[in-house]
Ligand binder design. Structure first.
Ligand SMILES: Cc1cc2nc3c(=O)[nH]c(=O)nc-3n(C[C@H](O)[C@H](O)[C@H](O)COP(=O)(O)OP(=O)(O)OC[C@H]3O[C@@H](n4cnc5c(N)ncnc54)[C@H](O)[C@@H]3O)c2cc1C
Length: 520
């Protein structure tokens, strides 16, 4: 390192990307500093995002002690908990997680500098902190400043009636009526948590469906379960205006483009997040952000200025804690010439709604677009012993296999433990495995992992059946069919015609590869 640099790496932002890059560089023997403007070390992830929202969810779930929405015949209404009761658990976890991050940085001799950082040149950063201003010189910089929530147009998020997800856990009391604007991951997660607390929830989105990127059957099931919990979906209708009506007890009024009015005690505005780059003075470093505040990077997370890298939410999709952390590590490895394989494509996505959802790999919709022939296998929690033990009879699990070679292409789940369960599928996809693996493997019993076995046999039977039919067809002359109108999609809850009506279990057909079908 040239002697006039104080640090070989300076990370701006202490979220997963900044932390992980800093630790990786320190492990490689480099001198590292992390700049953080907030009181809490750990980023949005620990302060207002992942950790508090998931801890809040756990507090809600524990309070009601039910994994899905189904309450069973003996459910008895309970007194609503106070927000204070629910948040006490959140404060404790946030505090502990912050300490874990601080310890990890300290153990690796990483200097934490408190204050807001901004570029004054390509290698110089000015820090405006409680102890005044100072400038540091860095050989390399990682921009890991994350994002902040978009604010509603024409209204101010006052933190009481109109709030963003960053302000939600600062509410003073549990509302009676909530309107969630934006049916993305954060909006849906909080909508389902409020619904589980007995709050009446309206979900508004100008797109026709929530969570478009997920398997549609899984989303249908989520909508079905949330509707049972008194959530009203108003999709395909945009927000025209948001107003705060001041009449002693302030309320929010939303006017939709269709002319509908929705009144709520609290409006959660959750329509996406913008890169927090506006105060970085990027121009001094020769950089520019796009219209959503994001930075463009190459495959090694390098910006157009070769020694400045960017990682985490500030570079956009997928904007998850685990991927941000891995991007930070890979950026540091590349910066200092350490060997590292690129991040695997098959990262899982978890939606911590009630009920929980997770997926990895392809969806039926993406495979249809790519014209890849596939077959699905399903398992329902009500037919899995562990599902019964957990009292979750609404869980639904689906695997998608390549119809020709039986390789696993995607795994999708809604129900208890979905975000954990999906990792088996992720490993099998990553290792290029498929049907044979699941049919030959024995899992613990009773566990939710039994879903893999049941769904594999279900798919194997269908593949086998399709092969028998197609071998019979080979001997017959082909009749060309002109393309006609699209076949209507089965409404939610209706089984596909070629599936067993009530079960994802083996329906007696011989599975592929001539293996004996013992399930079902
Ligand atoms: C409500 C919510 C729930 C979420 N739930 C999940 C989930 O369940 N699973 C999941 O994987 N992901 C979840 N996420 C996303 C996850 O939190 C982010 O992907 C992750 O935190 C991004 O990490 P990051 O390192 O890019 O930056 P962040 O965690 O955003 O941290 C950036 C840090 O940079 C600091 N900073 C910004 N500008 C400056 C500056 N000029 N000077 C100094 N410091 C600065 C900020 O104060 C902040 O601490 C959720 C997000 C939200 C908002």
């Amino acid at each position: 390192m040239e002697s006039h640099y104080e640090y070989e790496l300076v990370c701006i932002g202490s979220g997963p990307a900044g932390q992980r890059a800093a630790i990786q560089a320190a492990k490689l023997g480099k001198s590292v500093a992390v700049i953080e403007k907030q009181r809490c070390i750990g980023g949005v992830c620990i302060e207002t995002g992942t950790i508090p929202s998931k801890t809040f969810r756990e507090a809600v779930r524990r309070y009601y002690s039910r994994p899905g929405f189904d309450q069973g015949p003996h459910y008895q209404a309970r007194q609503r908990p106070t927000l204070e009761q629910l948040l006490s658990h959140v404060d404790r976890v946030v505090q502990q997680e912050t300490e874990v991050v601080q310890d990890a940085l300290a153990r690796n001799d990483i200097k934490v500098i408190r204050g807001r950082g901004r570029f004054t040149g390509p290698h110089t950063i000015e820090i405006d902190g409680l102890e005044g201003r100072r400038e540091i010189r860095a050989a390399n910089v990682l921009v890991a400043v994350g994002t902040r929530p978009a604010e509603p147009r024409g209204a101010t998020a006052d933190g009481e009636v109109v709030i963003t997800s960053d302000q939600l856990l600062g509410l003073k009391k549990l509302p009676q009526k909530v309107a969630v604007v934006g049916a993305g991951v954060i909006g849906i997660e909080y909508a389902s948590m409020f619904a589980a607390l007995g709050v009446h929830v309206n979900v508004i989105d100008k797109r026709p469906r929530p969570l478009e990127f997920l398997d549609h059957e899984i989303v249908d099931e989520l909508i079905h379960q949330m509707r049972k919990q008194d959530v009203t979906f108003r999709c395909g209708d945009g927000v025209d205006s948001i107003e705060i009506i001041e009449d002693g007890q302030n309320e929010g009024l939303i006017e939709l483009e269709s002319g509908k009015h929705i009144v709520a005690d609290v409006i959660l505005f959750s329509v996406g997040r913008t890169g927090a780059t506006d105060t970085l003075n990027l121009g001094a470093a020769g950089l520019e952000a796009d219209e959503r505040g994001r930075l463009v990077v190459d495959d090694h997370f390098r910006t157009s200025a070769g020694h400045i890298y960017a990682a985490g939410d500030v570079i956009g999709y997928p904007a998850l804690a685990a991927t941000s952390s891995e991007q930070g590590r890979l950026a540091a490895c590349h910066m200092f010439g350490a060997d590292a394989k690129p991040m695997a494509d098959h990262f899982p996505i978890g939606i911590y709604a009630i009920p929980e959802i997770s997926m990895v790999g392809e969806t039926e919709e993406s495979l249809t677009r790519k014209k890849i022939p596939y077959e699905i296998g399903i398992a329902r929690y009500r037919e899995i012993s562990r599902g019964q033990i957990l009292g979750d009879d609404s869980g639904f699990f689906k695997m998608i296999f390549n119809r020709d070679d039986g390789k696993l292409l995607g795994t999708h789940c809604i129900g208890s433990g979905a975000t954990e369960l999906v990792h088996v599928g992720q490993a099998v996809i990553g290792l290029g495995g498929g049907l044979d693996y699941f049919m030959d493997t024995v899992f613990n019993y009773p566990t939710l992992a039994e879903c893999y076995k049941v769904a594999a046999f279900n798919a194997a039977n269908k593949i086998n059946f399709a092969r028998r039919i197609s071998s019979k067809r080979k001997n017959k002359p082909r009749i060309e069919v002109e393309s006609g109108p699209e076949v209507p999609v089965a409404p939610p809850g209706k089984e596909r015609e070629h599936e067993s009506k009530s079960s994802g279990k083996n329906d007696g057909e011989q599975p592929v590869s001539g293996k004996a079908a013992v399930h079902g």
